[in-house]
Design a protein around this ligand. Structure first.
Ligand SMILES: [Fe+2]
Length: 254
């Protein structure tokens, strides 16, 4: 498997707190059949762009040899880019895409006063020449309340990364309902860990977490979300088209 969303680099953000913890995450990843990990520490302040790239390189350099030799786990550069108006002043997102591909892991604020602005911001990212992958859309409060916005984002060509443990209920009922609705509509491109720790609800133990998805999702679908599409992203290939049903408006779920 390829995990496209992790906070595995130590002492960069609120993820791994030490080099030892980063390596422990690599070990747990190996035990869970994850062989490729894109490092996506939070990139929040556009003014620290160069600093971010330098620290990321330093941490990857510190870990990559040992991770490969001891665990056969390979680390690649990326970022979880927090999208705000100042961030969109950046004209070149290429240092922050996933493994220098066309794909950008974009995190939108959990709350927005005017949620429809997300459409303009996604549009702006396409204008900058990247394909946005929305990080954990199921956890964004305004999307939980407005499924129609997700259909619109999908129609624009945005991709979606759902956090696997949301499907297992670890981020609450609303996130679980939306994640399940998206899975049923075939609208999830990738499942990822968003791991901050080796184990637990923010852990990198994806196989362990998947056991708690109820009802279980079909194997072909899990394979596409955990292996096929993440591999295409890692290798900067076009992602396979997925026939999508619109997800049902929130109000009809009850
Ligand atoms: Fe994250």
């Amino acid at each position: 498997m390829v995990d496209i969303h992790t906070h595995i680099l130590f002492e960069v953000d609120d993820g791994a707190e030490s080099r030892e913890e980063s390596l422990m995450m690599c070990r747990i990843a190996q035990e869970n059949d994850i062989h490729s990990i894109i490092t996506t520490s939070h990139f929040i302040d556009v003014r620290t762009a160069q600093e971010y790239v330098d620290i990321r390189q330093n941490r990857i350099d510190s870990l990559k040899e040992e991770a490969a030799q001891r665990f056969d786990v390979h680390l690649y550069p990326g970022a979880e880019v927090h999208i705000t108006a100042p961030m969109l002043e950046l004209t070149d997102f290429s240092p922050f895409t996933l493994n220098h591909s066309r794909y950008l892991l974009a995190e939108f604020p959990f709350r927005l006063e005017r949620p429809e602005l997300i459409l303009d911001q996604v549009d702006a990212l396409f204008d900058r020449g990247v394909i946005p992958i929305l990080a954990h859309p199921e956890r964004l409060i305004y999307l939980q309340k407005n499924y129609q916005l997700i259909n619109e984002l999908n129609d624009m060509g945005a991709l979606f990364q759902v956090t696997l443990s949301s499907l297992a209920g670890n981020f609450g009922r609303e996130a679980c309902l939306l994640a399940m609705a998206m899975a049923k509509a075939n609208m999830i491109d990738c499942l990822a860990s968003d791991a901050h720790r080796p184990l637990g609800h923010r852990g990198i133990d994806l196989l362990e977490q998947a056991v708690y998805i109820r009802p279980p999702l079909p194997e072909y679908l899990m394979n596409r979300m955990l292996v096929e599409t993440p591999t295409q992203i890692l290798n900067d290939q076009p992602v396979s088209a997925r026939p999508v049903d619109p997800i049902r408006p929130r109000t009809t779920l009850f």
